[in-house]
Design a protein around this ligand. Structure first.
Ligand code: ADP
Length: 493
């Protein structure tokens, strides 16, 4: 807006209409005092000041205005009829004015000057606004930068305080960051720790992981610096992605050496204990069998007790055999006596044994096809007995078990054991073949150690068999495996 200051009403009116016609917003004041009041209240782009006014004259008004910080830059045009000589003109400029026009006013000249000054003022105002917004942008960025530097520092401190060794590499595998724990195992921040001679080199591991673009988790032994000690660590390497592209890799080594040693000691204990238990148990079994054979009394009670003792000895024997099997699997000493045998026959015999041992259960079974399998007959029979006795054990109320075997078009034999018992919760199913794993629900109501399926899985793996379980809690389970067969008419093809 433009402020026109003149003590003469007619001057105010004619200037106002001239400027309004050219679309300038205009305000007026008829004295210097009123002008100062208005200037403090409103913002003006330009002030047109009559020099000669009663009371405060134009120069005084201009001087005062240029003293206010709010208006120090507001341009002023003086209008004067008399003070046209040089002395007055310079006084006008010194008091902060920008231009000077003498009366009578040439409207074209005035408009030209108003236009220029108005535009200048507008540009200056815009520049000021831009400067203010740029300043606040810079402040904002500075603050964000500071905050992210603080966050980075905080994350770094967290990484330094965790017991794990951590590192990051760029997308191509070049080392970027390692925490201080790294230096307990590696000679420098750019080198990988030395691995045990039986374990892969870490450079190769990283290279392979990056080329496959997949996360990795593996156990690896790394050497504690300045010692001969290798400690087991769980190495995990995971990609960091941005817009579906891998931008870096983050790795951690977690020390699991103590747990590994504890597991090794437990395995050792199981092995020694089961060996130590086996010898006296074999003697007890022998003596009780001798007692059974040489017993002269006809007492039914004594015969029953001996039979029950032998039954319990058998259970203990199976348990010790299972524990010994675990030790053998752990130490890689589980031997398979591989040869071709009639699988169908073995299946029929096993079904018969189960029928006789558990007469209260109904075992439905259609004769197995006459197929030959190249494998360890006794071990595969052990698997079958494990599946069948589990089916019986975990079906206390539904005493119907189905055994089914059929040859598939690819010549594999599919064997299924179905029960209608307690079933297995979905969350337990993926782990059911793990060592010592027992489903939470059944472990409360049934005795067991959770090793039968683990041994069965190991035996089946050694026969290239595919195995698994399908189960609906409350409705029963199906344990199955498929095993390759050879043709009975040409057994050695
Ligand atoms: P154990 O029966 O001695 O616990 P296994 O290794 O034979 O050991 O079985 C592991 C677990 O699998 C069992 O504890 C049980 O929870 C579950 N399981 C195995 N077979 C069945 C089945 N037929 N029905 C329900 N649960 C089963």
């Amino acid at each position: 807006m433009i402020l026109i200051v003149d003590d003469k009403k007619e001057n105010l009116l004619s200037l106002k209409s001239l400027l309004s016609v050219h679309s300038y917003p205009v305000d007026t004041a008829d004295s210097g005092e009123e002008a100062l009041k208005k200037v403090l209240k409103n913002n003006y782009a330009l002030i047109i000041l009559d020099v000669q006014m009663p009371g405060m004259d134009g120069f005084e008004v201009a001087e005062t205005i240029s003293g206010y910080s709010k208006t120090e830059d507001t341009p002023v045009i003086f209008l004067s009829a008399v003070n046209t000589d040089k002395k007055f003109i310079t006084k006008g400029f010194r008091s902060g004015a920008i231009d000077y026009i003498t009366k009578p006013i040439d409207p074209d000249i005035l408009l030209l000057k108003v236009n220029t000054l108005y535009r200048l003022y507008e540009q200056k105002r815009l520049l000021n606004e831009m400067q203010i917004s740029l300043r606040s942008e810079i402040e904002f960025r500075k603050k964000a930068q500071q905050e992210s530097a603080e966050k980075a520092q905080e994350l770094k401190q967290i990484l330094e305080s965790i017991p794990q060794i951590t590192f990051t590499t760029c997308q191509g595998g070049k080392m970027e960051y390692t925490n201080n724990q790294w230096l307990q195992f590696a000679k420098s921040k750019n080198e990988f720790p030395e691995t045990h001679s039986d374990d892969p080199d870490l450079n190769e591991v990283i290279e392979r992981t990056i080329s496959q673009s997949l996360p990795l988790a593996m156990e690896i032994r790394i050497k504690l610096l300045h010692t001969d000690e290798y400690r087991y660590h769980l190495l995990s390497i995971r990609p960091i992605q941005e817009n579906d592209k891998i931008i870096k890799w983050v790795g951690t080594f977690t020390d699991i050496d103590d747990q590994k040693q504890a597991i090794a000691r437990k395995d050792e204990f199981i092995s020694v204990a089961s060996h130590e238990l086996k010898t006296p148990l074999t003697s007890i079994k022998g003596y009780v069998q001798l007692l059974q054979r040489t017993m002269t009394t006809d007492s039914q009670g004594s015969k029953l007790y001996i039979e029950r003792t032998l039954n319990q000895i058998k259970k203990l024997d199976t348990l010790i055999a299972d524990l010994l099997d675990i030790s053998k699997i752990e130490s890689g000493k589980m031997k398979m006596n591989m040869r071709p045998f009639n699988f169908g026959l073995m299946l029929n015999n096993t079904a018969e044994i189960i029928r006789q041992t558990y007469p209260e259960y109904e075992l439905t079974y259609t004769e197995a096809p006459e197929v030959e399998v190249y494998g360890d007959e006794i071990r595969l029979e052990q698997v079958l007995i494990n599946f069948l006795s589990n089916a019986i054990k975990y079906s206390p109320n539904k005493k119907k078990i189905e055994l089914d075997a059929k040859t598939l078009p690819d010549r594999n034999l599919l064997v299924k054991v179905r029960d209608h018992g307690v079933g297995i919760d979905k969350k337990d199913q993926p782990f059911i073949f793990d060592k010592f794993y027992r489903a939470e629900a059944s472990s409360k109501n049934f005795q067991g150690l959770g090793i039968g399926l683990y041994i069965s899985a190991d035996i089946l793996q050694r026969h290239n068999a595919v195995y698994g379980v399908e189960s609906e809690p409350g409705f029963g389970s199906v344990f199955y495996f498929t095993i390759p067969t050879t043709n009975i008419s040409s057994p050695h093809e």
